[in-house]
Design a protein around this ligand. Sequence first.
Ligand code: GDP
Ligand code: FE
Ligand code: FE
Ligand code: FE
Length: 196
Amino acid sequence: VTYTGRYTADSRDQLLAKIEKQLKPARFAHVQRVEHTAVKLAKQYGANVEKASIAGLVHDYAKQRPDEDFIAAIRHYQLDPDLVNWNNAIWHGLVGAELIKSELGIYDEEILDAVRYHTTGNRYMTTLAQIIYMADYIEPARDFDGVEQARLLTSQSLELAVAYQTKHTLMYLLENNQRIYPKTIDTYNAWVPQSG
Ligand code: GDP
Ligand code: FE
Ligand code: FE
Ligand code: FE
C-alpha cells in the first residue's frame, strides 16, 4: 500500500519505524499481520485500503505504555473520568487514539474511531472499524477455540462476524470473572440480539 499523504505525513516505512520503537517484537509482528488482514478485508468489502493499512498498523500503538501515561491523557484530553478505574486492556484503544493523534499526527476520525473501538467494539462502527475489530481477532497467528468459525464468518458477513466476536468475548470475560466495561455491553446489545 503506497500512502497518499492524506491521513499521515509519513510514508508507510516511516510510520512502521515509529511503531517499531513503541512495541516489543512480538507485538510489532502482530500489528503487521493485522494490517495485512485488514487490507485484504478492505478490498473485499470496499473500504479505504490506505486507512485500513494505517489503522491496522497503529491499533496497538499505545499497548506498551505505562499506566501513568494513560491516566495523564484521560485528564489532559478530558475523557470520561470513569476510565481511570479501568486498565491497559481498555485504555490502549480508547485512550491510545489520543496519543496516536498527538504523537503520530493522524487526525482522521474514522481511523481514530477504528482504534478506539478495536477492543470493546461500539454500538456504531463504520466498515473500517468492523474490519479492524475482526482483523485483530482473526489475524493468522490467532489460535483459540472458534477462530476458524470467526474467519469463515468474516469472509461471508462482517456484521455476523462482529456479532460472533462480541458474544464470544463477553462469554470469555464472564467465564473468567472479569469486569465488563460498559461499552462492551453496549456493543453486545447493538450487535448480537438482532443478528440471530
Ligand atoms: P490485543 O491488544 O491485540 O491483545 O487485543 P484487544 O485489544 O482486542 O484485547 C485486549 C484484551 O482486552 C483482551 O484480553 C480482551 O479479552 C480484553 N477485553 C475486551 N473487552 C473487555 C472488557 O469489557 N473488560 C475487560 N476486563 N477486558 C476486556
Ligand atoms: Fe489491542
Ligand atoms: Fe481485539
Ligand atoms: Fe491487537
